[in-house]
Ligand binder design. Structure first.
Ligand SMILES: Cc1cc2nc3c(=O)[nH]c(=O)nc-3n(C[C@H](O)[C@H](O)[C@H](O)COP(=O)(O)OP(=O)(O)OC[C@H]3O[C@@H](n4cnc5c(N)ncnc54)[C@H](O)[C@@H]3O)c2cc1C
Length: 407
């Protein structure tokens, strides 16, 4: 730990608040393209972060060598269960990668350091104060630093400094989750999952959301997540306990899986917040609401906004931008994934999660028709855009619905 964070008198190009996947990836890319970067986190790494840890293949283009190397395993496919336990099964050459966040986030931080970013752990950011020509960042128990640009990557939570700057995090844009990840002997996992690391998704165990079982190498991750737009009659811990008990009863997971390690954590589950930047301050990852409203995937969007923010700031320093930083940043993420996420993904989520009947029908259509199953599964694992998958599923609907009725 340094007592004079980043050198009080120097003006850093960029200070990044939060060294989760979004912050560390932003720091790595910014340092690689020559920016003088300080990456700050309140935690000491390795640190725990509640997460399923499913990582789409496309995320790899954002990662450094240690981030790729510390992927725990590849899942061999996925099984989607309907509310009445109808099963749709998908196995493809490419599926999701699985990470254990405690290890993986640490590897991303090391990649940022190796690229030349200065890092400060156990340092909490308390305030961010934009002046005319620089931004002052204040820490708990440390001297403040000055920066030309600040990227906020501090995850969910509308902390006072974000509120003061004018950022928002609407309640109805968020979801509640409960998740437990425990180390389990591989031989026990092999026994329960037929020697495979295939992921399982369960629709109908929560309203507007789903439950999951992710077997990894040496770990088992179980969780539920659902939108704040729904208020179930029992709380999220009780829902998790009922889900876990049903998995144990059906012999899906080992009887001794310890559910008491479960933790709750909010996650964005609607669309990016507005605005995603003010002046020379940009939001990335969960801090900007960059999570899929269909799948809850945040690691791809967090690391992608980290990379895009670094590139946009670099272009601004170089005088290459012909408009304001925030406007260009938004144009870039909209073009990259935002249009698909907001204009195709969100309507799809509204359609599928509207009722238990809809979730039942979608899984039955997947179970009855191979093309529908492939299109939906490839969307879930990030191989197909929401727009492409939606068109395919709609086109197949007359056939897949008929087939599902005849089953
Ligand atoms: C239960 C659950 C399951 C999920 N499963 C998946 C999944 O399977 N696949 C997927 O793609 N996404 C998943 N997500 C979403 C994913 O976890 C997030 O999108 C991702 O963690 C966002 O990364 P981030 O870097 O923006 O924020 P975070 O990972 O939350 O990192 C924020 C960092 O900021 C630091 N920080 C906060 N405040 C301060 C401060 N004041 N000063 C200094 N540092 C600070 C924190 O210590 C932390 O290290 C899941 C989320 C949840 C809750």
């Amino acid at each position: 730990m340094t007592s004079n964070a980043g050198g009080q008198k120097t003006l850093k190009d960029l200070v990044i608040v939060g060294a989760g996947p979004a912050g560390s990836i932003c720091a790595m890319h910014a340092a690689k393209i020559g920016l003088d970067v300080l990456l700050v986190d309140k935690a000491k790494f390795p640190r725990f972060k509640s997460c399923g840890g499913a990582l789409s293949e496309r995320t790899k283009i954002n990662l450094g060598p240690k981030g790729i190397k510390s992927i725990n395993c590849q899942s061999e496919g996925l099984t989607v269960f309907s509310p009445s336990y109808q099963e749709a099964d998908y196995e493809g050459e490419e599926c999701l990668n699985l990470v254990v966040r405690t290890e993986w986030d640490h590897a991303l931080l090391v990649d940022a350091k190796d690229a030349g970013a200065e890092t400060l752990e156990e340092t909490m950011v308390k305030d961010i104060d934009p002046k005319k020509t620089f931004i002052r960042v204040f820490f708990k128990d440390q001297d403040p630093v000055k920066a030309k640009y600040v990227v906020i990557a501090d995850g969910t939570g509308l902390r006072s400094y974000k509120k003061k700057l004018g950022f928002t995090q609407p309640y109805e844009y968020m979801a509640r989750t409960v998740c437990a990840e425990n180390p389990i002997d591989d031989s026990i996992l092999d026994h329960h999952f037929d020697g495979k690391r295939k992921i399982q998704l369960y629709f109908g165990v929560v309203p507007r959301g789903y439950g999951w079982v992710f077997p990894k190498r040496g770990y088992l991750n179980i969780g539920i997540g659902f939108s704040n737009q729904e208020t179930p009659p029992i709380n999220q811990f009780e829902i998790f306990d009922i889900f876990l008990a049903s998995l144990k009863k059906r012999g899906v997971v080992p009887e001794n899986f310890d559910g008491s390690t479960r933790k709750t954590h909010p996650v964005p589950f609607q669309k990016p917040f507005d605005p995603t930047g003010i002046g020379n301050i940009l939001l990335i990852g969960d801090a900007g609401g960059f999570v899929s409203p269909v799948t809850g995937e945040g690691l791809y969007y967090g690391t992608t906004t980290g990379r895009i923010a670094a590139e946009t700031i670099h272009e601004d320093i170089d005088g290459q931008l012909d408009d304001e930083l925030v406007t260009i940043y938004k144009e870039k993420w909209m073009e990259d994934f935002g249009d698909d996420l907001i204009n195709k993904g969100l309507p799809l989520a509204n359609l599928v999660y509207k009722s238990v009947r809809r979730m039942e029908l979608l899984v039955k259509m997947m179970a009855s028709d191979e093309d529908t199953c492939k299109a939906a599964a490839e969307m879930i694992i990030g191989l197909k855009s929401y727009g492409e998958a939606r068109s395919k599923v709609y086109r197949r609907a007359p056939i897949s619905v008929l087939k599902s009725l005849l089953r």
